[in-house]
Design a protein around this ligand. Structure first.
Ligand code: SF4
Length: 697
């Protein structure tokens, strides 16, 4: 094909990943022939990760859902027959109207979504308006980052501002705290490697030797869920040895003296060593290195938030840069997310004002409880799932599946492919991919606004989320002005605060689909203090936490399930199970794709040699992993990467591709974190024993 007949379209990776890569789609007529990184993007610089390498095949795969379907077999079997869009929309609106008019009311309808796409339009615009206008239950979307965000915002104020990832090259000490950056934030990792060439030391604090820990200069293998204790031990050493930045503490923080007294009294390194299993000498060495090396950059991520004390752990880490004055320096500070730097007009898009006051809120981590009737309020009689695969990703999987099997539950799933959740749907709607719809993206790993331009028409009869909500709204009789076209929505999203100043749809089109936020470069939001908290300071002591019934000072909040807090439970279930992302999958996205599944291999559990030999297990053995909540089957891996008493099950496999048809979430609980309503995926004690089950059973 002559080069001149090909078009190049600017696009954005839609996945729930902080990198938000700029992509180019090369199109021949209506056929995409190449997907590549956009080299002109200042942060992602033309590289896409392996997860997206097969995306064109995904778009064109023969088993894409291309037409509306209705169930013709038992729930869970995944048997459907095609129907028209007209029949599908009529069925949905008739059921929704009947439920809304019933004594249960519209709160008996539950939307369920997360970030299968991160686009502002397709993830959080007309969907929210539709369900708010309907009066449906409100979903609290807390499955990933809400605990850490709550802890961070108590400390740092609204906006979740942090260190500039584009300035990390100049850092001299970089700590990956609960962050497998090389796998889950690859473009930041490449900048960390650049920093190391400039003399930086790379540290990983992680209970297991992740790919990142393996490549760092120093790995501290902390006991799971005890990160806050390590932070407080570091603070003890810093204050004891006079290594704090007294001037920054006085100018930029509130509560330094109270925190100093607490850590000097309660968090001696010997006490912290008992909690964390990190030796005293290591705590002292880390504290001294952190306090005396500038600039120092902490990448704090999601692993440590998956425990009961996840919010307090992130809060404690967020205090560290203020204590040593790290915010003063380009390349210094801490980065949880950059998402708060985007002044989107989020409420204009989502219109929460349309929701009747007092509408029930359902925490998404408690889906199983909601579906089996264990939450207050009306029973859930209908569920509309999009951008999500709760049958595989939601905790307390046994309850989730029992709920999805209910004959009186009307379930709609809008999807691209036949996920585990699709198998339980009454109506399946065909969804567009990122190549087939328009969207606008922020990022939680850099500071650029990006436009995704559709490269090809939708395959088959696929429709975008917004197109479906427009159609449902029209059929149900909602005001048409609430459901405008996508370009109008983009303009509304950009009509926000100062960081979006000068960024328009036209400018995004002119500048290859990406414009940096109107923030300085490098971005040093706290070099002079000035935090967006009620006090205007970094709140080491936080009155809002006291009012919320929380400890106003950083403290160690133990996991709900671990051998120290639950010694009796640990006698039966002695292994702390972590389930971080399998590098080939993104949550459960691509776990149904042959290419990625082959590369990922069988479901696995990494054990220490000691735990394996105590159970007579060898590399490659199939084992049953179980607790009182459920069980799944996996192959033993003995890589030497995990400490005794800890196991790692890289995730998230689809149930239908797992032996026994259940995955790690059959063992996780629907308990919630100390703040923010986050999930307790890693507060999970299990036992492991040999089984004869294998894939295909
Ligand atoms: S998953 Fe992340 S690193 Fe991979 S292409 Fe998408 S945004 Fe880039």
């Amino acid at each position: 094909m002559p080069e001149s007949q090909l078009r190049v379209v600017n696009a954005v990776c839609p996945l729930d990943c902080p990198d938000t890569c700029a992509m180019e789609v090369v199109v021949d007529g209506d056929r995409p022939v190449e997907l590549r990184g956009n080299r002109s993007h200042p942060f992602t610089r033309g590289a896409l990760c392996g997860k997206m390498a097969g995306y064109l095949d995904h778009v064109q795969r023969p088993d894409r859902i291309l037409h509306p379907l209705k169930r013709v077999g038992p729930k869970g079997e995944g048997k459907f027959e095609p129907i028209s869009w007209d029949e599908a929309l009529a069925t949905i609106t008739d059921r929704f109207k009947a439920i809304a008019a019933s004594p249960h009311g519209p709160e008996a309808i539950l939307p369920y979504s997360y970030y299968g796409t991160m686009g502002k339009l397709q993830a959080s615009s007309l969907d929210r308006r539709f369900f708010h206008r309907l009066g449906a239950s409100i979903l609290d979307r807390t499955i990933c980052a809400s605990a850490g965000v709550a802890g961070y915002e108590y400390t740092m104020g609204r906006g979740r501002l942090g260190a500039d990832p584009e300035a990390i090259d100049g850092a001299k000490l970089i700590i990956n705290w609960g962050s497998n950056t090389a796998v889950t934030n690859a473009h930041l990792w490449s900048r960390m490697v650049d920093a190391r060439r400039n003399g930086a030391t790379l540290v990983a604090i992680d209970p297991f030797r992740s790919q990142t820990a393996d490549r760092c200069d120093w790995h501290i293998a902390i006991r799971p869920g005890t990160d806050a204790a390590l932070v407080l031990g570091m603070m003890h050493v810093i204050w004891r040895e006079g290594l704090q930045d007294q001037n920054y503490l006085e100018q930029g923080t509130i509560g330094a003296e109270a925190l100093r007294e607490r850590v000097l009294q309660d968090y001696h390194p010997e006490i912290v060593a008992n909690i964390t299993d990190v030796p005293v000498a290591t705590i002292e060495k880390l504290a001294r290195a952190y306090a005396t090396t500038h600039p120092s950059f902490i990448r704090v991520n999601y692993g440590l938030q998956r425990h009961f004390g996840g919010g307090m752990a992130v809060r404690a880490i967020a205090c560290l840069p203020a204590i040593v004055g790290a915010w003063r320096h380009p390349g210094g500070g801490a980065l949880l997310t950059t998402s708060g730097a985007y002044d989107w007009a989020a409420d204009k898009l989502a219109r929460p004002d349309l929701s009747p006051p007092g509408t029930r809120i359902v925490n998404m981590n408690q889906l199983g409880d909601a579906l089996v009737g264990e939450l207050p309020g009306p029973p859930v009689k209908a569920m509309y799932v999009y951008n999500c695969n709760p049958a595989a990703v939601a905790p307390s999987q046994g309850k989730v599946i029992a709920g999805l099997m209910r004959e009186d539950l009307f379930t709609v799933v809008h999807e691209q492919v036949g996920t585990d959740t699709v198998d339980y749907a009454d109506i399946v709607l065909p969804a567009t991919t990122q190549l087939e719809h328009i969207d606008i993206h922020g990022s939680y790993g850099h500071h650029h606004v990006m436009l995704n331009t559709p490269a090809i028409p939708p395959r088959g009869e696929a429709r975008s989320n917004n197109d479906v909500f427009r159609a449902l709204a029209a059929r149900i009789g909602f005001e048409s002005e609430l459901f405008p076209d996508d370009e109008t929505l983009i303009r509304e999203a950009l009509d926000g605060g100062p960081s979006l100043s000068g960024i328009t749809l036209e400018r995004l089109r002119e500048e290859s689909g990406s414009v940096r936020l109107d923030v300085p470069s490098p971005y040093l939001p706290f070099a002079e203090g000035k935090f967006p908290t009620p006090s205007g300071k970094c709140e080491l002591y936080c009155e809002r936490m006291a009012l919320a019934g929380l400890d106003p000072l950083p403290s160690y909040t133990a996991p709900l399930e671990d051998p120290q807090t639950c010694p009796e439970l640990a006698e039966r279930y002695p292994i702390q199970l972590l389930s971080p992302p399998r590098p080939q999958f993104l949550n459960s996205t691509f776990a149904g794709t042959d290419r990625n599944r082959k590369r990922a291999g069988d479901p696995a559990i990494e054990l220490s040699d000691r735990d394996a030999s105590e159970r007579g297990l060898h590399e490659g053995d199939w084992v049953e992993v179980f607790n009182d909540r459920g069980r799944f089957v996996a192959r033993v891996v003995l890589s030497g990467a995990v400490r005794p008493g800890v196991a790692v099950a890289p995730s998230i496999y689809w149930n239908k591709h797992s032996p026994g048809r259940s995955n790690v979430n059959s063992t996780t609980s629907s308990g919630l974190t100390d703040m923010g309503g986050g999930a307790l995926f890693f507060d999970n004690l299990v036992q492991v024993r040999k089984t004869t089950e294998t894939v295909g059973d």
